[in-house]
Design a protein around this ligand. Structure first.
Ligand code: NAP
Length: 279
């Protein structure tokens, strides 16, 4: 049986560490760390994700400030909100929930977040710095995956890592993080030819496709480490995990794998930003 990379358990451990850091920070700074969350539009899944992030803040006694903007919000209006949060000394981190309605220039909005408050790791500057191995907050989902792999001492150096998906918040930063750790990285996407032939060679596979159970059991090599970043209604991911539990050496369950690690990373990076602001 494959080892379960238990993101839920690790996130709990991380939260207890953060709770202590929040207490210490609050004594020293005379205020609590604050994460501002921005939800634009009325997508129910996005509303749920924002709520889960606010709940995580509450569990560690961190403050969260929820900003909700209507579907018809313009890019200029959103930029104004972000600028005022950048200027607000009480705010340590800014989370703009992806995706924003299609009428908004999401890239411009992400890139208007001040680097020191980019705790979700969404700016081009942050991506560039992280890719170059410079200090930056990593994109929360792939950075959470790296924490999970490290916790379970999964060897990355020299391994063939196949990342299926190349989105700005997941696939691309994931690939760079693995590359920085000396994995040999292949990035696959919707134009990739013979995808199963490629994934079958992977020592480590990351599913970041956004399609339920898209990656099949027979696309995965015996003994591979399987990371499923996907999440879909019904609690299934992007990989047919039932088909690999006897075959993989380790895998992230859905739910309880990557999802909790994303949130734990977001609050960790908010904590770091708060600590930086008074050091
Ligand atoms: P996305 O922006 O839709 O990107 C999907 C990627 O998959 C794209 O790069 C796309 O290629 C690629 N793809 C689509 N069809 C493919 C195919 N037939 N063969 C190979 N590649 C294909 O999605 P995302 O935001 O990265 O999210 C991916 C998954 O992760 C989703 O299930 C999402 O729910 C989940 N997610 C989870 C968390 C978490 O906290 N757990 C956070 C973020 C996302 P092209 O670039 O060529 O279009």
């Amino acid at each position: 049986m494959a080892k379960i990379l238990d993101g839920k358990a690790l996130a709990k451990l991380i939260e207890s560490d953060i709770a202590v850091r929040v207490e210490n920070y609050s004594k020293k700074a005379g205020k609590t760390p604050l994460l501002a969350t921005i939800l634009v539009g009325s997508d129910p899944a996005s509303a749920t994700y924002v709520k889960m992030k606010a709940n995580a803040c509450a569990r560690v006694s961190m403050q969260s400030r929820r900003i909700e903007l209507g579907e018809e919000t313009t890019t200029a209006e959103l930029l104004n909100v972000i600028h005022s949060l950048n200027e607000d000394a009480a705010v340590n981190g800014i989370l703009l929930q992806h995706p924003v309605p299609s009428g908004i220039d999401e890239r411009e909005a992400f890139d208007s977040i001040a680097s020191q408050k980019d705790v979700d790791g969404v700016t081009c500057r942050g991506f560039g710095r992280m890719s170059m191995g410079e200090a930056a907050y990593g994109s929360a989902t792939p950075a959470g995956i790296m924490k999970l792999l490290d916790h379970y001492e999964i060897e990355l150096e020299g391994k063939l890592a196949v990342v299926v998906g190349r989105s700005p918040i997941l696939g691309k930063p994931m690939a760079m993080m693995l590359l920085n750790r000396n994995a040999t990285v292949v990035i696959c996407h919707s134009r990739t030819k013979n995808l199963p032939d490629i994934t079958r060679q992977a020592d480590l596979i990351v599913g970041a496709v956004g399609k339920p159970k898209f990656i099949k059991g027979d696309w995965i090599k015996e003994g591979a480490v399987v990371v499923d970043a996907g999440y879909h209604p019904g609690g299934v991911g992007d990989i047919d995990l039932e088909a690999i539990t006897d075959k993989a050496s380790a895998y992230t369950p859905v739910p309880g794998g990557v999802g909790p690690m994303t949130i734990a990373t977001l609050i960790t990076q908010t904590m770091e930003s708060a600590e930086q602001s008074i050091s």
